[in-house]
Design a binder for this molecule. Structure first.
Ligand SMILES: CCCCCCCCCCCCC[C@H](O)CC(=O)SCCNC(=O)CCNC(=O)[C@H](O)C(C)(C)COP(=O)(O)OP(=O)(O)OC[C@H]1O[C@@H](n2cnc3c(N)ncnc32)[C@H](O)[C@@H]1OP(=O)(O)O
Length: 719
């Protein structure tokens, strides 16, 4: 797992050999320790270079090993041995030097990096801190403010930035190992004391207390509820105020607390879940490793409203040539300007040149004739979309993939309008489409595995986390949102206020509660769908209000707001008031309180006190229950798929892993018991009825999330 070889006469070259990214597994740590010992004891060796196999230095500790029974040599003494070595040790950094990998490099006496290397201490994103001396060494090398920023965000930086910060000594464009070996030869025999970072004092900062106070406040606000960023700040503070050995003890103490926390478990689960969703499968058995994606050199976007513009930007930024089509001349011109400005802004932020040149605009749908893939993003209207798919099928060259950005319509209906339904898939982007990481790739009953593979690959190229899901109403994300929103309305009917419900959800960790979120998205969107579904009936100010639709409880509260023209932020009024149309600051609105009182009076409902626990249980457990139904029915292939969708598309707090992981942390038996309880008192609310899979999981002893597949398979086989 680490090999010592001899080069250029006097250089001991230690190569980490743990593909694909040379993580510091127990065997790798053992290998480094033994190789180091051998090199230092060998009189022929005058200097040492440490590098990684296959162009990657090291991606840090092996996260898979984390747990109560972590074994093998500990990282801390291992890397300490490197720093105290009496021969110069040079890190030859290429690919990635992350977490423990960068800490390993920090204990070397010199660091030579390839220009394409990414470096960082991303432990905070795993619920940890850099626990192999990173919090004590980095501030001594690059100062406190820069260290605080890197350690609390986990941001990866380029070699150029690392050089500027003083994190590396030299950046090379040529062979990194060769450069490092030459460098090692040039410093053989030179004194090393000034090169040992632990021996350096932390650079002085005059207003230390004020800096730490400001950072702590920022971190508490930005990463609300997360404990690792706070511990990171505390550890860096120890570097600034304590001798190195004391600082190391503090680092270890803080690390021990984080290491066993539920948040670390959730974030590490999420790390692997993000990667697992790429290994998609369909109920037919087709999957990522049996299906070949087609190349997409040229794509078209049809309809340049908000979504179409965002998709155009994301495609152009990914280097795909785009044909952007909008039949309304005015909308086309506005879109052209908007896309141009967004690309310019993005280029300024990232320092690369804008990708406007690879977009052509047209108001004629015939312009899509020779593209490899079309993404339709016209209005969310079934008959309009059906017509568009008929046209696309007639115009496009054979083999063109036809994708729809629909968020709610039946993909099979669209596919049935085409000559080749196997070439139709959903690509459900989230607004703003060039910013949001999530993409639901929706397969219909006739979608071919190649079509799914192509959409998944294109999503990846666009920097999205793509999740393949089946074609049910609302797909995965929006389908689960329905019972969540429904419960929030019922809670208002029973005595809650929008403020109370939102506070409970925001304290749980959502960036916005359900009512603030609905005001932002626009209340009219759901109203239109409910009218189309025959659910929303005119309520008016007097007369009968009915709360049952087809035997199920229904709350018309959202419809009443819309009847009053309150569509949310865009009209300045919704569940809150915003001062003006387009305003963003939500303020309580007495009009809503009066409405709720009158509404309850009209229905003979008596308001009762509702606490935050009930809000969380009813909103979250009903959403979780729907997720379990989706798994049971096979519209998502794994709980990881659902969790990734919720974390990256719906603001589920990252440090809580996702709804399925959260349910397993709370205890599936508890979720079942509470759902049973609420369903007993609300038998006309079917979304509270625990699904079969939940009962089965509890009956099987509530296995951990990664074992649920065994149970879902059994249920699906029986269906
Ligand atoms: C009981 C009480 C005990 C108390 C105290 C105990 C203290 C223990 C001592 C701790 C010492 C701390 C040391 C250190 O500070 C901690 C760390 O180093 S944590 C790890 C930090 N590193 C990272 O976060 C990097 C994570 N990786 C990446 O960002 C990316 O993988 C990459 C390196 C940029 C490469 O990206 P890609 O090329 O896109 O490739 P993939 O992402 O698909 O990865 C390929 C493959 O590798 C797996 N993998 C990647 N990194 C790790 C890792 N660090 N550990 C394990 N596995 C890793 C990844 O999952 C992929 O595999 P697949 O999932 O596809 O099978």
């Amino acid at each position: 797992m680490a090999q010592l070889s001899y080069v250029s006469g006097s250089v001991g070259l230690i190569t980490l050999q743990n593909p694909p990214v040379n993580v510091l597994s127990a065997a790798t740590r053992q290998g480094i320790m033994e190789s180091m010992k051998k090199a230092l004891n060998d009189p022929k060796v005058k200097s040492v270079v440490i590098c990684g196999q296959n162009g990657v230095f090291c991606a840090g500790a092996d996260i898979k090993e984390f747990g109560p029974n972590i074994s093998g040599p500990s990282i801390v003494p291992l890397i300490y041995d490197i720093e105290v070595a009496n021969k110069p040790v040079v890190a030859a950094i290429e690919g990635s030097a992350l977490g423990g990998g960068l800490e390993l490099a920090l204990t070397c006496h010199y660091r030579i990096a390839h220009s394409k290397t990414r470096l960082g201490l991303p432990e905070v994103t795993l619920g940890l801190l850099p626990g192999a001396g990173g919090t004590q060494l980095l501030p001594r090398l690059i100062g406190i403010p820069a260290s605080l920023e890197l350690i609390t965000t986990g941001r990866h930086i380029t070699a150029a930035e690392a050089l500027q910060l003083g994190l590396v000594d030299h950046v090379t464009q040529s062979d990194t190992v060769d450069s490092a070996v030459k460098f090692a030869l040039s410093v053989e025999g030179e004194p090393l004391d000034s090169r040992r970072i632990s021996k350096r004092p932390c650079p002085h900062l005059p207003d230390l207390d004020a800096v730490f106070e400001a950072v702590m406040q920022k971190v508490r606000q930005k990463f609300y509820g997360a404990i690792a960023p706070i511990a990171c700040v505390q550890a860096v503070r120890a570097a600034a105020t304590l001798p190195f050995s004391e600082g190391m003890k503090r680092e270890q103490q803080l690390m021990s607390t984080l290491f066993t926390s539920g948040q670390a478990r959730a974030l590490q689960y999420s790390f692997f879940a993000q990667r697992a969703v790429g290994r998609w499968s369909m109920p037919s058995g087709a999957s990522w490793n049996t299906s070949k994606a087609r190349p997409v050199h040229r794509a078209a976007v049809l309809g340049l409203g908000t979504m179409g513009r965002g998709i155009t930007v994301a495609l152009a930024q990914a280097g795909v040539s785009v044909v952007a089509v909008e039949i309304q001349e005015k909308q086309l011109n506005e879109a052209r300007e908007h896309v141009y400005a967004t690309l310019e802004r993005g280029a300024q932020q990232s320092g690369v040149s804008p990708s406007c040149a690879n977009i052509t605009y047209s108001h004629d749908i015939q312009a899509v004739a020779d593209v490899d893939l079309v993404i339709e993003a016209v209005l969310e209207d079934l008959s309009l979309k059906e017509k568009v798919f008929q046209q696309l099928s007639a115009i496009c060259k054979p083999g063109t993939l036809l994708c729809s950005n629909t968020s709610s319509l039946d993909l099979n209906c669209l596919a049935s309008q085409t000559k080749n339904p196997e070439l139709v898939v959903g690509m459900h982007f989230f607004a703003p489409a060039h910013v949001m990481k999530l993409l639901e790739v929706v397969y219909g009953s006739k979608s071919s595995p190649e079509a799914v593979a192509t959409a998944m690959q294109l999503g990846k190229k666009m920097g999205k986390i793509s999740v393949a899901v089946g074609n049910c109403r609302g797909f995965v994300g929006n389908r689960m949102l329905k019972p969540y929103i429904e419960q929030s309305y019922f809670l208002l009917e029973e005595g809650a206020t929008p403020e109370l419900v939102d506070k409970a959800l925001e304290e749980f960790g959502f960036p916005m509660g359900v009512f603030r979120m609905s005001d932002l998205s626009g209340l009219d969107v759901g109203w239109r769908v409910r009218k189309e579904d025959g659910l929303a009936e005119p309520v008016g100010t007097s007369g009968q209000i009915t709360r049952l639709r087809g035997g199920r409880r229904y709350s018309p509260l959202g419809d009443i707001l819309c009847e009053h023209g309150r569509f949310g932020q865009k009209t300045g009024l919704g569940w809150y008031q915003y001062g003006r149309p387009g305003g963003r600051v939500a303020k309580s609105d007495p009009w809503v309180f009066n409405l709720l009182e009158e509404y309850r009076a009209r229905l003979g409902l008596t308001a009762r006190p509702i606490d935050q626990q009930e809000v969380l249980e009813r909103c979250l457990y009903s959403l979780i229950n729907e997720g379990l139904c989706i798994l049971e029915e096979g519209f998502a292939s794994s709980p990881e798929d659902i969790d990734v969708i919720y974390v990256f598309g719906y603001g589920w707090p990252k440090h809580r892993g996702g709804p399925m992981f959260y349910a397993s942390m709370v205890g599936l038996a508890t979720v079942l018991e509470r759902l049973d309880h609420y369903y007993r008192s609300n038998p006309d609310v079917p979304s509270l009825k625990p699904c079969k899979l939940l009962r089965q999981l509890v009956a099987s002893g509530s296995p951990p999330v990664h074992k649920w597949k065994e149970i879902t398979k059994k249920i699906q086989n029986r269906l």
